[in-house]
Design a protein around this ligand. Structure first.
Ligand SMILES: Cc1cc2nc3c(=O)[nH]c(=O)nc-3n(C[C@H](O)[C@H](O)[C@H](O)COP(=O)(O)OP(=O)(O)OC[C@H]3O[C@@H](n4cnc5c(N)ncnc54)[C@H](O)[C@@H]3O)c2cc1C
Length: 465
């Protein structure tokens, strides 16, 4: 298929589509077009030839066929959070699943069925009404589909596994406009690929996710330290992570203490290390389990709390609202050497935006699933490292991307195999290869040839057929 040029769709084209399409059709001249074409990351200010909002599976089929017949580049939008603007296109067709956002919970079977456009916040609330949870990401307005098809990392994964580990089935509209169900028993090879490279194979119109019993309380703490203690702090954190129970997830972040007014005088405006943890077990266990983290240097400030999970899950929804500009990279590491730690501190002294370098604990239930069980790769790594930055001035786009790439270069020699595609704002064949490794990439290419031989679905970390 050729890459589309900005297309002009005539009234006759649109009327033809409307005859087989019950949802919303939003061409550039429609009053809601500017709103309909927006995605979360303001760096991607694109002008599709058409945005459609299907309301059911037949609409999705009609939209895919319409896009193909007119040779339009097709972008699928779930929650719109792609770090690369993959859910929009200049001159192509956006299939925005935002109206297919239903979430149904079957408490007896501990299953949730979510529409292709459902958001994490909806799933969190619906599951918690029954004392259940699906481990997802940390911001309520991320799309369930986009997050899950890439992997899904958040506050409960060490206890319950990646989001894909809870995925039981996907209903998919394929490139040739048919509906297929993939699960462990139906199209198992496709189901293997959907769990980690899922945006490549079709439009997920619904997902079935296993739910887990969960009290709904998180015991949390944030310890802020001067970065001058970073070596001792890392030694404590690494040892803590190796022995922590699955109920604990923790993040070691190197940043600049800005705005200075938000921090104690001892660290304000200077590089800091922030150690944050979430404990999803019983309150009395939390105190015991977290104690080893406090063996290191005394923090400049500590804020322990116990909060409702659903409140924590939406606590960043405003600070990470739509309209940000953002860039993130990531990879897997086993450790941070003293020179890496020093380089992190030096690098955050000159940040172009709200920028930081985070090292997150993996392991637990994530690492107990064999790495070859799904397309997702890198399960055996103890840590994920991710520099990320956000800003608002378009003139700072290049500086922020460059800062993030330089931060990643610090750990490049130490990277373990496998990268998590949902945290990569850079893309291309080498990034895809590093994410899955040669063997899995070969298997994924065979799948792509079987399900999407002309690469209709290419706005993703693309598996070239
Ligand atoms: C503020 C913010 C917070 C985040 N937090 C986390 C986190 O805690 N944990 C984590 O693991 N990741 C996190 N991410 C990354 C996030 O998981 C990915 O960006 C993910 O791809 C977003 O999915 P989406 O549906 O919201 O995005 P979209 O931009 O709509 O889609 C992203 C990709 O998935 C495809 N896609 C979306 N829906 C469908 C569908 N129904 N069928 C087929 N393909 C589809 C799109 O075509 C595109 O390629 C975060 C991102 C942001 C911006």
């Amino acid at each position: 298929m050729t890459v589309s040029q900005p297309a002009t769709l005539t009234a006759a084209h649109l009327n033809g589509l409307r005859r087989s399409f019950a949802g919303e059709v939003v061409p550039p001249e429609a009053p809601g077009y500017d709103d309909a074409r927006r995605v979360w990351n303001a760096m991607f200010d694109r002008r599709p030839a058409l945005v459609v909002r299907p309301t059911n599976v037949d609409d999705v089929i009609a939209a895919v066929r319409f896009g193909r017949e007119r040779d339009l580049e097709i972008a699928i939008r779930g929650g719109g959070h792609s770090g690369l603007g993959h859910s929009t296109t200049d001159g192509g067709l956006v299939i925005d699943l935002g109206l297919m956002n239903e979430v149904r919970v079957d408490p007896a079977r501990r299953l949730a069925r979510t529409g292709g456009g459902a958001l994490l916040g909806q799933l969190d609330v619906a599951a918690q009404e029954h004392g259940l949870v699906c481990p997802v990401g940390v911001v309520g307005h991320t799309g369930v589909a986009g997050l899950t098809l890439g992997g899904g990392i958040g506050r409960l994964q060490r206890r319950f596994g990646l989001t894909i580990d809870s995925l039981r089935a996907v209903e998919l509209v394929t490139a040739d406009g048919h509906v297929v169900r993939a699960s462990a028993d139906e199209q198992p090879e496709l189901f293997w690929g959907l769990r980690g490279a899922g945006a490549n194979f079709g439009v997920a119109t619904s997902l079935e996710l296993e739910l887990h019993p969960f009290s709904g309380t998180l015991h949390r703490g944030v310890h802020v330290h001067p970065a001058s203690d970073i070596h001792e702090l890392w030694a404590v954190f690494r040892e803590f992570a190796a022995a922590a129970p699955d109920t604990v997830a923790a993040i070691f972040t190197v940043a600049l203490a800005e705005p200075a007014a938000d921090y104690p005088d001892t660290v304000a405006g200077r590089p800091i290390v922030v150690i944050a943890y979430n404990h999803s077990g019983a309150g009395e266990d939390a105190e015991r389990d977290i104690a080893p983290l406090l063996r290191g240097p005394k923090p400049a400030s500590v804020t322990p709390t116990s909060e409702r999970y659903v409140d924590v899950q939406r606590s960043s929804d405003l600070s990470l609202a739509w309209g940000s500009r953002a860039f993130i990279l990531g990879g897997n590491i086993a450790d941070c050497s003293p020179s890496v730690l020093d380089a992190f501190v030096a690098h955050v002294e000159h940040v172009p935006g709200e920028s930081s370098i985070s090292v997150t604990t993996l392991g637990g239930a994530i690492g107990r699933v064999p790495d070859d069980a799904m397309a997702y790769s890198g399960r055996t790594s103890p840590f994920d490292v991710a520099p990320d930055t956000s800003w608002s001035d378009p003139a700072l786009d290049d500086a922020n991307a460059e800062w993030t790439r330089q931060a990643m270069a610090i750990v490049e020699p130490d990277l373990l195999p496998g990268r998590y595609i949902n945290e990569l704002s850079d893309a291309g064949p080498e990034v895809t290869r590093a994410s899955y490794g040669d063997e899995k990439l070969q298997r994924l290419r065979e799948l792509k040839r079987a399900w999407d031989p002309t690469n209709v679905f290419r706005l993703n970390h693309n598996i070239a057929p």
